[in-house]
Write a protein that binds this ligand. Sequence first.
Ligand SMILES: [Zn+2]
Length: 420
Amino acid sequence: MTPTRLGDLRISGERLWASLCETAQFGAIPGTDRGMCRITLSDEDIAVRRWFVAACEAVGMSVTTDQIGTIYARRPGSDADLAPIAIGSHLDTQPTGGRFDGILGVLAGLELVRTLHDAGITTRHPIEVINWTNEEGARFAPAMVASGVFAGEFTLDHALAQTDRDGVTLGEALARSGFAGDELPGGHRLAAHFELHIEQGPVLEAEGLEIGVVSGVQGIRWYDVTVRGQTCHAGTTPMHLRRDALHAAARLALAVDAIGRSDPGASLSTIGLFQAYPGSRNTAPGEVRLTVDLRHPQVPGLDTMEAALRRAIEALQAELRVAITLTPVWSSPPVEFDPDVLSAIAAATRRLGYSHRTMQSGAGHDSVYTARVAPTGMIFVPCEQGISHNIAENITPAQAEQGANVLLQAVLDYDRGANA
Ligand SMILES: [Zn+2]
């Protein structure tokens, strides 16, 4: 088969949609249009795993699982020395989730292999479709735990010891499921990792675009802030003698908002929690506790935002005679995806004629961890009103088809062009 004809190859949108609808029976929430509850290693998750294994074996793939239950379905390539090009995401859902988050990425991988199978095409690299265990983190914390173990972020023992709310460990749930395999997570190399996913945000839909070429995942820093002033009587304390913690916190809230607007398109800032004490109508608050969430695609950007936050705090302390403590509680560094994988995705998108933009992911994905051990990139398709982790989550058959076609063409490009 010539490269030109490979470039003409398309997945079957109808077959992909049928798989999405068929697997939605495993965990469909009764009385909802599209709601799904398929918690990691529940009976429903076990059922969809069995369906997935059978579907992969039906097109000649060999299926293995590792010691944390991640499923690897492999189609051989023509060059036995090459590591597989992986297409991975997750089949588990939130307790009140939808039928596309993660699922689209796995089933599009299956559809890609079915397409190659029907056309009689052998790639140079093996193709491996991966269902990562417990991406959602809804039953066992943390999220993305299996890809995290694969990449060396968590140890296997640590992950298997995590318990659900009934005290069942991930290891016990895995043993019950029959999906505990022999391979050590991370025990084999990946030539690349591609992940197709719904955007889970409103940007593509708002801009009327069909595809997001995801260049990375933004960094996140969380802080707890306490503002301490002096509680005082609302009727007897002149304004100029007050040390009103709420006044200072309100000024800080404006500063935090300005920090989020300082680098348009990149910086984001949020105060998600804001509580004044003691909480009485005729008492000026002596203490306010609030949270700050800063996000930016680059470390220097995060540093600049944090420095601005610290300056604002110092200025308010001096001006308003309050004491403000800033405590960092969590930090997740930004991830930049691989330029070769991204250029394969962008080239495929252009050839297919789909409108697109480059964008960052605001949410975490298994690709965050695979990026540490393999060249990685992601493709987004829009979802209705940006809604996800919700029974209203929805996409159109055309959106699923377009995303899977980009995946197919990008993987074929990467197979021919890179990492020989
Ligand atoms: Zn997901």
